[in-house]
Design a protein around this ligand. Structure first.
Ligand code: ATP
Length: 234
């Protein structure tokens, strides 16, 4: 579904991410781990066409994304849940969700997709008319994921979905990610919480200073001494 080859990207003269090679298959969850400023967010933003300077190749379902503009990418089937959620606080849950379907306004399946999202996150159905800014952090994360799902993505980019959430809500969100992947969606999951990411994902990559320094299955990463020391508190 996603195949990245020799990707370099950055904001100024220097590359923030360098020579990235990774792939994500349909229905697979792949994690990207790394410390603060490693370039994890930049990687996701580059896939979504939001980084100004880039070279290399980003193939999505066979189409080259590298020279595409960010505004055209969601309609291809890529959903992006940004770091910090960025829900629209002054409008209701339902209006936030409908904004995620702006590129598919004539899609007859919109109502049934909304029902699927309410099945995934029943709390959003209970809070249907509530202003998104009055929700808890976990509920706002559910809105952000639900909003991305309204665009019917085949690839979901998730930027630190567990950040700042209570452990019980983290479990709920991660359970939802597993259910989303089980429907065939490819998921690229950026997490600072490596232990959680390795539970949810089948494979993972470690980014350091913008480059992939370790890759492997989640069990290989969990056993890797450098990963244990740097990211698993061992
Ligand atoms: P964090 O977990 O703290 O979000 P990260 O691994 O996601 O870290 P990025 O946010 O991708 O890292 O940042 C990588 C580097 O790129 C940092 O040095 C950051 O200052 C820089 N950077 C990020 N966004 C911009 C921007 N819009 N303009 C210029 N530099 C940026």
């Amino acid at each position: 579904m996603l195949e990245i080859k020799n990707l370099f990207a950055g904001y100024g003269q220097t590359d923030t991410i360098s020579n990235i090679n990774l792939n994500v298959d349909k229905g697979e969850t792949v994690s990207v781990l790394g410390a603060n400023t490693a370039g994890k967010t930049t990687l996701l933003r580059t896939i979504s066409g939001l980084t100004p300077r880039k070279r290399g190749s980003i193939l999505f379902d066979g189409s080259e994304l590298l020279d595409m503009e960010g505004k055209d990418i969601p309609a291809l089937g890529i959903g992006h849940v940004p770091e910090g959620r960025h829900v629209f606080p002054k409008i209701s849950v339902i209006d936030n969700l409908y904004l995620g379907a702006y590129s598919r306004q004539k899609d007859p399946e919109i109502k049934s997709r909304l029902e699927d999202i309410f099945e995934l996150f029943p709390r959003l159905k209970e809070r249907y008319h509530q202003l998104a800014g009055t929700l808890s952090g976990g509920e706002q994360q559910m809105v952000a994921i639900g909003r991305a799902l309204m665009g019917k993505p085949q690839l979901l980019l998730l930027d630190e979905p567990s950040h700042g959430l209570a452990p019980i809500v983290v479990d709920e969100v991660h359970c939802a990610i597993e259910k989303i992947a089980a429907t065939g969606v490819a998921v690229l999951l950026v997490e600072q919480n490596a232990a959680l990411a390795l539970q949810v994902a089948k494979r993972g990559f470690v980014l350091s200073s913008g480059s992939i320094v370790i890759k492997g299955t989640s069990s290989e990463l969990a056993e890797n001494p450098d990963v244990k020391k740097a990211y698993l508190g061992a």
